[in-house]
Design a protein around this ligand. Structure first.
Ligand code: BGP
Length: 489
């Protein structure tokens, strides 16, 4: 099997909103995840609010609507798991030492925007927030771990979302640019690799997976996404002009659709699914312009092409230096009537009879990773990072404290093999940072018990536990993988 290149970035990935905690410490302002409850595999997470007359309520995180006049609020009687995350804010030194023990070369994390600009609109940044991340980056550098920083990972300040109308408001572009200018200048000697937006394609998936959803609901998502593209491009331009050492990447939720049957209609449906859910975003960010099939999508939702075409010059200057994506699972699509629908990481589709499924119903498909990597190499001819991958699973702590997570090792092993095969195919993969390298709060369900980590954190879905860290079997397995540069699986 092909060898992993020298200097390959083995590591792990996290995000501030799910891991950091310290939600109301150090001058941080609130984000929407702070008013989002826990859920389960079958019941959604809710966002809570208060009405002007003092009555309270909640709406589903997925597709729910805030009533007119309501204000987002933390309410008594609910538990908000992101307030604590798994406490990186207070334990980053201990955690980074454990990452170093595993041999990490790269650590993906995000910056909480509201820790730097509590409402997003302040003139001056919050110095305590700036110093927190400086300490974290300095600690990583101490162990020669390269930080990979996601600038926006599901973590917009609540004020921007609630009072400014979120990304639909083009004023947010300048606020984001200001935020980026601040962190670029502060951390230019500590951070080189940046991702502008996590899984930028997820904002328009409602229209892709819910046929018949009214155009009025879908349209703002596409216009908002366009503003994110513009913001990202402006920031990439600044990086290229003022910080020549920086490497800028996009981050796309890795969707992969197979036609369920050999019916040519299914093949076409799969192509459209890929264009609508994945390529639409990656093409803009990697090529610096909208793809030709964008016209089909705009027409489908009754969108005004002029809105997207007006910023062609800006987008052109914002093409990325490298590609990154999350990859957990694949899906099938068909034009035929089939009963069973399954989902996984924002994707919906029909059950694949050739694949096994996790306890949360996500398929496991390492070969799909190799397939996508080949496609991506061909399409963009730029270095690729796999910045999320992993198995969310229940873990059991034995009497002696050990955790035998062979299911996780099997999953990861299959995907590392797929990476090696892709490298042999000629793909320029430069990094692999599995998701939730230490247990943290699930974005989709708000659970802690949906665990991804090599490192176990003693805390439950209600925030109870010592928060002590311990090494799972996968910790020792991954340490060996890194030590042998992927030779020993
Ligand atoms: C991706 C997100 C991550 C992460 C991961 C796993 O979509 O970028 O934030 O949470 O999925 O998903 P979940 O937490 O729902 O299991």
């Amino acid at each position: 099997m092909a060898k992993f290149p020298k200097g390959f970035f083995w590591g792990g990935a996290t995000a501030a909103n799910q891991y950091e905690g310290g939600w109301n410490e150090g001058g941080r302002g609130p984000a929407v995840t702070d008013v989002t409850t826990g859920g389960t595999a079958t019941s959604p997470r809710y966002v809570t609010y208060v009405m002007p007359d003092g009555t309270t309520g909640k709406y589903s995180q997925f597709g729910g609507q805030k009533p007119e006049g309501a204000r987002l609020a933390v309410l008594d009687g609910y538990y908000y798991p992101n307030h604590l995350g798994t406490d990186f804010y207070h334990r980053y030194k201990e955690d980074i030492a454990l990452f170093a023990e595993m041999g990490f070369k790269m650590f993906r994390m995000s910056i909480s925007w509201s820790r730097i600009y509590p409402k997003g609109i302040e003139e001056e940044p919050n110095r305590e927030g700036i110093e927190f991340y400086r300490n974290v980056f300095t600690e990583l550098r101490k162990y020669d771990i390269e930080p990979l920083v996601t600038i926006s990972h599901y973590d917009t300040p609540m004020y921007i979302v609630e009072d400014l109308g979120d990304w639909k408001n083009e004023k947010v572009i300048d606020l984001f640019v200001k935020f980026c200018r601040t962190i670029f200048e502060e951390y230019k000697d500590l951070v080189k690799y940046w991702l502008t937006f996590n899984e930028i394609n997820t904002s328009v998936l409602l229209g892709v997976f819910m046929p018949g959803i009214p155009n009025e609901v879908v349209a703002p998502a596409y216009y908002g996404l366009h503003n994110e593209f513009v913001a990202s491009a402006k920031v990439v331009k600044i990086a290229h002009e003022e910080y020549p050492d920086f490497k800028m990447g996009c981050m796309i939720a890795g969707m992969l659709f197979y036609p369920l049957t050999p019916d040519p209609e299914d093949e076409m449906a799969a192509l459209h699914m890929m264009q609508d859910s994945f390529w639409y975003c990656s093409d803009v960010q990697m090529k610096g312009h909208y793809p030709s099939y964008a016209k089909r999508i705009w027409k489908k939702f009754g969108l005004d092409p002029a809105f997207f075409e007006k910023d062609a010059e800006i987008l052109k200057e914002g093409a990325m230096d490298f590609f990154s994506f999350s990859y957990y699972q694949s899906s099938c699509t068909t034009t035929h009537d089939v009963e069973v629908e399954v989902g996984g990481n924002f994707s919906m589709g029909q059950k694949n009879p050739y694949l096994k499924y996790s306890d949360w119903g996500w398929s496991m498909d390492p070969q799909g990773l190799r397939y996508l990597l080949n496609e991506l190499q061909d399409r963009y001819e730029k270095p690729i990072m796999v910045v999320e991958n992993g198995l969310g699973a229940y873990d059991t702590v034995e009497e002696d404290g050990s955790i035998h997570d062979d299911y996780r090792i099997d999953y990861l092993k299959g995907h590392v093999e797929a990476l090696a095969q892709a490298i042999e195919d000629g793909v320029d993969v430069i990094a692999y940072t599995p998701w939730g390298c230490i247990d943290l709060v699930s974005a989709g369900t708000g659970e802690i018990r949906k665990r991804y980590g090599f490192i176990y954190v003693d805390v439950d879905d209600d925030g109870k536990g010592s928060l002590d860290r311990s090494r799972k079997d996968s910790f020792f397995w991954y340490k060996k993988v890194i030590e042998s540069n992927g030779e020993e699986l």
